[in-house]
Design a protein around this ligand. Structure first.
Ligand SMILES: C[S@@+](CC[C@H](N)C(=O)[O-])C[C@H]1O[C@@H](n2cnc3c(N)ncnc32)[C@H](O)[C@@H]1O
Length: 317
């Protein structure tokens, strides 16, 4: 939304949502009380979530993954930003139809309108349907679910063709996703972010303080836009920081990964004489150090935040 649309945003509703998300009370009841709450969320929080999806979908493209062509289900759809990001990325021909599921019928309706107006001709259904081997998107739902609801959800998605799950890059959300990965990895191929299908290395003794998270980038114009400036100020949100945890599973394997590739976790730590970064491989999650003297370009790339998420460790220069 541009600065001219800022007066249409219900800032008080956004503040209420933010507090509920922060306090962990958003799961207690349906908070989509008015269409303007959905529209305000869609113009702000959902856009930021969309940038996280753009990051994840770009990683999947780099990974050579293609979605199975089937029904696309957006579970806990809210305003349907995950579906829109997915269809923007893969195109309408990548799916047969869209199904939007949310405990809030009002959210389902809003999301359906947004998807239908952006992708005319796409069959869009609301609410649960027949069990089919769908491709399931889940976005920022875990913090609103009790453990028993997560169990029920995992049963619900057990027959899926593929699962794309994006959550905030917090310690708690990452550990919850890792626990889900451990429960599902014998039934699916693990496509991303893991470069392997073994037990998650974060769970190894000694790694208790670490978590699997990555950073998406907002479009650069956001930093010049008065609307986003106002959003950042009113809701006390750092626009630069978009931490994300995610998990992609598929019944079918993706193209094999070159064995020398490592997944970098979090941000590299830039010290005067070296860069330290957490790296994930089948051998585990370890911190690796690259001295500035031996790896000057690694140090420079880390300073400019240009170390790729999936990375081949360069030779010493
Ligand atoms: C933080 S919002 C995220 C919405 C959307 N997926 C996104 O990424 O913008 C969480 C969504 O989960 C929905 N939700 C919460 N509990 C649910 C449940 N038990 N079943 C279905 N949807 C649920 C909420 O109504 C809300 O739309």
């Amino acid at each position: 939304m541009s600065s001219s649309g800022a007066d249409k945003v219900d800032w008080q509703a956004l503040e209420r949502l933010r507090l509920a998300f922060l306090k962990g009370t958003a799961g207690d009841r349906d908070y989509w009380d008015h269409p303007s709450t959905l529209a305000s969320y869609d113009a702000t929080f959902a856009q930021r979530i969309g940038w996280k999806w753009d990051f994840v979908l770009a990683e999947l493209a780099r990974r050579g993954w293609q979605p199975p062509r089937t029904e696309l289900v957006d579970w806990g759809c809210g305003t349907g930003i995950a579906t829109r990001a997915f269809l923007d990325h893969f195109g309408v021909d990548a799916v047969e139809s869209v199904r939007l599921i949310d405990r809030s019928p009002q959210a389902q309706r809003y999301a359906a309108q947004r998807v239908a107006s952006r992708f005319p001709g796409m069959p869009v259904h609301q609410g649960r349907g027949e069990a089919v081997a769908s491709m399931i998107l889940l976005s920022h739902v875990l913090t609103e679910l009790q453990p028993a609801q997560v169990d029920a959800l995992l049963e619900e998605i057990a027959g899926a063709s593929a699962v794309l799950w994006v959550e905030p890059g917090t310690y708690e959300a990452s550990l919850a996703l890792i626990a889900i990965r451990e429960r599902l990895r014998s039934q699916f191929h693990v496509i991303a972010p893991c470069p392997h299908a073994e037990r998650c290395g974060i769970l190894a003794p000694g790694n208790e303080s670490h978590w699997c998270h990555h950073f998406a980038s907002p479009p650069p114009e956001v930093f010049m836009d008065p609307f986003w400036g106002r959003f950042a100020k009113m809701l006390e949100i750092d626009l630069r920081s978009l931490p994300v945890s995610y998990l992609v599973l598929d019944r079918n394997p993706a193209p094999a990964l070159a064995p020398e590739l490592v997944r970098t976790l979090g941000r590299p730590r830039l010290l005067k004489a070296e860069v330290r970064l957490m790296a994930c491989t089948a051998a585990g999650v370890t911190e690796r150090a690259f001295s500035r003297r031996t790896y000057p370009s690694v140090w420079k790339d880390a300073r400019k935040d240009r170390i790729p998420s999936l990375w081949k460790v360069p030779d010493a220069e």
